[in-house]
Design a binder for this molecule. Structure first.
Ligand code: CP3
Length: 346
């Protein structure tokens, strides 16, 4: 592990003159080369489970743009599938899963240790990436946070307000908590195996953290991510963790300490200036350009990119979007963002 890698330096707490940069969903449908490989694979899940093709789409944005990090190509919903849930993707609509809402259904899930049977191809992808990435590029592994993964398992699909998961939480808390526990255990084993295969950093996506209120936010977003982070730090000292409790708003303050993560990723619901004062003193911050600038481009993209880089220039910062890039984005706008971030370097 080379500490000359800029992402690792930022994660170690270093303030760099130019922030390292990567982008959530950087391998995706806005890239023609992604669409071509995906067509070759067939459907999305076949692409996830094909190590050569999954590695190929991970390499694509590195070749095109020279991002400072590559993120493993996979999906957060592979863990429920490995635990025994049925999973499929409906084109144009999103994921569908068999639901888990009763004690019997939680008990019927496979033991956490059994996930590797299904997830071995993912570890194979990580190995290919670890061997093939440029020296300066950091390899990031990832998983969904227990709350976010549970919202999909309980509802059987994505939901705007996570209502079915909130309902189970209030109607049968022991079953809800047993599910969170199961996912937490499986996620530790999954991320640990990614690290053994060559992931140098792991990121935990809690995409729906924002809908948890009061004590529930602490108990079901922060706490499970803290348990995962502590277990990984124990097993793999020195491997940094990026946590993304999306939508946390003012609750991003204190999240480094509550989770024990080296970096907190922020969405565009808080300003970079606010984060510089209230979050960055505790450690590295990742974020947070609005994804829509990748569609609209122009002067607004340049000025917003400069504003964010400047606001977070006084501490460790990894430049990123506030959420994933969308399929309607223009690949040229991505280049413009990168050039703007790196302009100080030239
Ligand atoms: O960031 C990356 O480039 C790495 C790969 C990655 C994907 N999904 C690939 C993907 C990562 C890190 C994810 C995480 C993920 N998956 C999250 C958390 C992050 C977030 O966006 O909030 C969630 C909630 C999922 C579940 C998921 N996967 C949904 C809801 C969908 C459908 C929505 C859509 O955009 O179609 C997916 C599909 C998915 N995962 C795609 C990609 C590239 C699109 C699939 C395709 O090619 O059709």
């Amino acid at each position: 592990m080379s500490k000359s890698k800029t992402i690792l330096r930022a994660l170690a707490g270093e303030t760099l003159p130019v922030p390292p940069i990567w982008m959530m969903r950087q391998a995706g449908r806005y890239l023609p080369e992604y669409k071509a490989t995906r067509a070759q694979a067939g459907d999305f899940l076949s692409l996830c489970y094909n190590p050569d093709l999954a590695a190929e789409v991970t390499f694509q944005p590195i070749r095109r743009y020279g991002f400072d990090a590559a993120i493993l190509f996979a999906d957060i919903l592979l863990v429920p599938q490995a635990l025994g849930a049925d999973l499929w993707f409906v084109t144009g609509e999103g994921p569908r899963l068999s639901t888990v809402t009763t004690r019997a259904e939680v008990d019927a899930l496979k033991p956490a240790e059994a996930i590797h049977d299904r997830l071995n191809p993912i570890y194979e992808t990580v190995k290919i990436l670890s061997r093939g990435l440029p020296e300066e590029t950091t390899l990031i592994g990832f998983a969904g946070a227990p709350w976010t993964v549970a919202t999909y398992m309980i509802a059987g699909r994505g939901t705007p307000d996570q209502a079915p998961a909130h309902a189970l939480k209030s109607e049968d808390r022991p079953v809800f908590e047993a599910l969170i526990e199961k996912i937490t255990d499986a996620t530790v084993l999954y991320l640990s195996e990614q690290i053994k295969a060559g992931a140098e950093v792991v990121k935990i996506f809690d995409s729906w953290a924002g809908s948890l209120e009061g004590d529930d936010f602490d108990a079901y977003s922060l706490k499970p991510m803290q348990r995962i982070t502590a277990a990984l730090h124990d097993m793999h000292p020195g491997v940094p963790v990026i946590a993304f409790p999306r939508g946390a708003d003012t609750r991003y303050e204190g999240a480094h300490a509550a989770i024990g993560a080296e970096c907190i990723a922020i969405d565009d619901g808080v300003s970079a200036e606010w984060a510089a004062t209230n979050v960055q003193p505790d450690g590295c911050v990742q974020g947070n350009l609005k994804s829509s600038h990748m569609v609209t481009g122009g002067d607004a993209l340049v000025s917003e990119t400069r504003r964010i880089a400047k606001a977070l220039s006084g501490g460790p910062h990894i430049f990123n979007l506030g959420h994933g890039i969308t399929p309607d984005a223009d690949p040229e706008n991505v280049q413009l963002m990168i050039d703007t971030v790196r302009e100080g370097q030239r």
